[in-house]
Write a protein that binds this ligand. Sequence first.
Ligand code: PMP
Length: 315
Amino acid sequence: MPQRMAYFQGSFMPLEDATIGILTHAFLYGTACFEGVRGNWNADDETLYLFRVKEHYQRLRRSCSILRIGLALSDDQLCDLTAELVAKAGFTEDVYIRPIAYKSEEVIGPRMHDVADDFLCFVMPFGAYLDDSGIRCMTSTWRRVDDLGIPARAKVNGLYINSALAKTEALENGFDEAIMLDDRGHISEGSGENIFIIRDGKLITPPPSDNILEGITRESVITLARDEFGIQTIERSIDRSEVYVADECFMTGTAAHLTAVIDVDRRPIGTGLPGEITKRLHERYHDALHGREEKYAKWLIPVKPQVAGKQGVKA
Ligand code: PMP
């Protein structure tokens, strides 16, 4: 039977056995950084394709260096360990993988130095996160945390209170997702997604200096748009009202994939339906994710789930 699995304190185990004490520093103060990685199931070749695992670990390492958290394993070791974890779990459906580098010591006092670190990772089934047919967003009253407060380009666990407040506000007001502005009033990003608008056939997306997480899906979509369709992406600040008059809008993220935004603050975007360029990018992106585009095989680690009596192996 497939089961949720963890790599914890140096070994593989069922998720239920991987527990931390309530004094753990990361629990007390949010002193951890993480990644979210998707494994996308392709039923035709019975393979789970793990998306851009190495790039996720490279970003984790950058987060660790900003936070001063040690990460003992190399990127290749982390990739191998992740593929092994997913194979052992045995799922034949889409999965979500959560690597975390964290301050593991049981000690009081907020600080980054002189507290022991550890790394863990778990895998569980995970389907669609947002409605693939298009979402309705609101501009959040919560501002995106500025780099001078908590570095936005580091994927810091404690920072996600900012996303959680914005997401809850959006859902409780009848929307699907929040769009956060930064301190200067520029569009920054969603609670767990980067944002793009399309005007006159060009993609426009906020630059990292507008306090976004430097998204791996964002970078993948910029590459696909350029190499597959010859569409250029401009990285520049976007005002709130510019989104209202965009021809198309979409969000990108590991959980969200590429999701059309069809309405913002009760103003339909373009026709009020997913736009043509958005649909083309969405289709090509999903082909790449599921191993159907040879050209983008370099983005994937194929994993054959372990079945009873057989060894799980990289395909
Ligand atoms: N911004 C935030 C705040 C996020 O949490 C995420 C999800 N990791 C993203 C953007 C998108 O990043 P990625 O495409 O690397 O998942």
